[in-house]
Design a protein around this ligand. Sequence first.
Ligand SMILES: [Zn+2]
Ligand SMILES: [Zn+2]
Ligand SMILES: [Zn+2]
Length: 103
Amino acid sequence: MQTCPKCKKGQMIIKVQDFTCGKKFKENDCLDMQIDCIHCDGTGEVSDEKLASIKETDRFIAEEMCSCDNPTFGSYPQDGECSCGMYKHHVHCGNCGKISQIG
Ligand SMILES: [Zn+2]
Ligand SMILES: [Zn+2]
Ligand SMILES: [Zn+2]
């Protein structure tokens, strides 16, 4: 097993800006929420295969994400429709053709 690169001892902090318990927070209200790491299921350790897949995803994101200062709205393929390798629906930047937004 390998130490999970995505968390500290199995816990990760996510920003929550959403509905919680049926109550909507004010806009721009953002909560830090501590959850079990989604990569290692809160164990703090991942298998060699899992570590490789995390690194592969990071590499993909680092290489394929747009870093334009002002990305323009290019194409917006739905789940599974794009040939770039990203399954989830996402936005391609009109300047550089890379992914400017996921989901
Ligand atoms: Zn983890
Ligand atoms: Zn771009
Ligand atoms: Zn794409």
